[in-house]
Ligand binder design. Structure first.
Ligand code: NAD
Length: 492
């Protein structure tokens, strides 16, 4: 991996409004490299006045953009897809620099974004006007219409992928989009805004406004923003949902997660070991699809030992990226300490880390495995958001299911088994929006949509796939009855 930690340039995370870079209203803070602790960017906050300016330019630009055909909008999206693929090294390095992922992990996130762009481009073929006769002489028709100006608020852990869950579909159906990236990882937004302009997106169709809560509140309150998409932690997801809907907006806000994996004794060894290891340690556990609880059912000791052996060999900065901030690292270390004091056995202790000297100022934690975790304890219940796996030993599948069902989140759940009946039992009974069978990170491929349930999502529908199309548009229903053709002079 290359942290590119030596880059001396400090990036200014500016606003992008009507195709021009602008300094936002006030300085917010800095982004420190997760790899070495050095300052890599300055961040800023946008006020309501700036949001209003962005909205007004979006409103004007959207009038024309909303009238274009899918095909014309798809021309821009096609260019954008090529841009992403052509510029993958710089993009994945920038993502890596600001959020601590390994560059190859960053690339995988961008490729998921490309998948959504392909889906959005396909709308020109897959979303035709549906016309049908509903009774003799009466025809009904759906017309998809944009909402106007919409906004997206995105989290720190996927600075390119999560925005691309929203932006391609929202603008393909004819909206103008105002994007507020995370203030912890705002650098990637500069590349994406520039790229879309270069690819021919008209000025004002994508505006980027930097900021924190103050800026989020302004977006939730502005009366001309018709819909808000949000992805982040559950308390903020709930807050943004409540505030936006109270202001008459459509909102879909995705929250945090506590994902469980059911491990059965009959699991196929390679699938289970590699699937579980990469699920909890990939992206250093900082993804909403990461498994953080392993529900071991019956005799699975040899599988767990194999996972532990492999996890213990990880080298920080080579096999696992960094934790996004020092505060997050401290929180994770405290969680390990707390779990141990609550009776868990530390099977693999990731706090013992060795990195090259130039990375010693970074936020490092190797994969950590806690065994015999009490289902009522802190690490079993809270979203830790780091490379920590809590193993709960269960007598049977029913007990494991009760534990999974009791957790208030509902993003994902997986099972590793060779038996179809067990796979079906977990699919049918786990309380999660996305289920994996012998897959540790069950992200659906488009057009299957992405979204959880319970505390992992507020609002109806999903953020990608057909859910995304429905969320960012209105269906207008037109019912037509024509008069009977009578003898007109143009008829022979
Ligand atoms: P976060 O909730 O701190 O921030 C998300 C966004 O909300 C950012 O743009 C931030 O500026 C803004 N924000 C933060 N505090 C706010 C407040 N008090 N009021 C208004 N806005 C506020 O989340 P994060 O730390 O950036 O990201 C990690 C979290 O996101 C984890 O909980 C993770 O599970 C979740 N996540 C969920 C999904 C999903 O699909 N469900 C995907 C990625 C990340």
């Amino acid at each position: 991996m290359s942290s590119s930690s030596t880059s001396p340039k400090i990036v200014e995370c500016l606003n992008f409004i009507e195709g021009k870079w602008e300094t936002p209203d006030e300085k917010l803070g800095v982004i420190l490299s997760p790899f070495n602790g050095k300052t890599i960017a300055n961040t800023y906050r946008s006020s309501f006045k700036t949001i209003d300016k962005a909205v007004q330019t979006s409103k004007t630009a959207q009038k024309e953009w909303g009238q274009l055909s899918y095909r014309d909008r798809a021309l821009v999206m096609n260019q954008f897809k090529s841009w992403l693929l052509d510029n993958m090294p710089i993009l994945s390095q920038t993502i890596s620099n600001e959020c601590g992922k390994l560059p190859e992990e960053a690339r995988d996130g961008v490729l998921k974004g490309v998948e959504i762009i392909e889906f959005a481009i396909g709308l020109q073929n897959n979303d035709p006007l549906i016309k049908m006769m509903v009774s003799k002489g009466i025809q009904c028709e759906y017309r998809r219409e944009p909402l106007g100006v919409v906004a997206g608020i995105t989290p720190s852990n996927f600075p390119a992928m999560v925005p691309m869950w929203m932006i391609p579909i929202a603008i393909m159906v004819g909206n103008a989009f105002i994007w507020k990236p995370s203030e912890k990882t705002a650098m990637t937004s500069l590349l994406i805004a520039n790229a879309l302009k270069e690819c021919g997106l008209p000025d004002g169709i994508l505006n980027v406004v930097q900021g924190d809560k103050v800026t989020v509140d302004a977006l939730c309150d502005h009366e001309d923003i018709k819909a808000i998409g949000f992805v982040g932690s559950s308390p903020v997801a709930k807050y943004v949902y409540t505030r936006s809907t109270a202001n008459g907006k459509r909102a879909l806000t995705l929250g945090g997660a506590k994902n469980h994996i059911f491990l059965m004794p009959d699991a196929q060894k390679e699938l289970a070991v590699d699937g579980i290891l990469s699920s909890f340690s990939g992206c250093a556990g900082q993804r909403c699809m990461a498994a953080s609880v392993l529900l071991s059912v019956g005799e699975t000791d040899s599988l767990i030992q194999e996972i532990a052996n492999k996890a213990a060999k990880f080298q920080a900065s080579k096999d696992i990226g960094a934790i996004i901030t020092k505060q997050s690292l401290d929180r994770l270390k405290n969680a390990i300490e707390k779990s141990s004091s609550e009776g868990a056995k530390i099977l693999v202790d990731g706090r013992k880390v060795t990195v090259p000297d130039e990375l010693s100022g970074g936020n490092w934690l190797n994969p950590t495995i806690l065994d015999h975790v009490d289902p009522q304890s802190y690490s079993a219940k809270e979203e830790l958001f780091g490379p920590i796996l809590s193993i709960i030993r269960c007598k049977n599948l029913e007990q494991a299911m009760k534990i999974e069902n009791a957790n208030p989140y509902g993003n994902a759940a997986s099972v590793f088994t060779s038996r179809g009946d067990i796979a079906e039992y977990v699919s049918a009974n786990a309380k999660a929006g996305m289920i994996g069978i012998n897959i540790g990170i069950p992200v659906p491929r488009e057009p299957f949509s992405f979204g959880g349930i319970n505390l992992s999502k507020f609002g109806h529908g999903d953020i990608t796939g057909d859910g995304g199309i429905e969320f960012w548009s209105n269906r207008k229903k037109v019912t037509t009855k024509w008069f009977q053709i009578t003898n007109q002079n143009w008829m022979s």
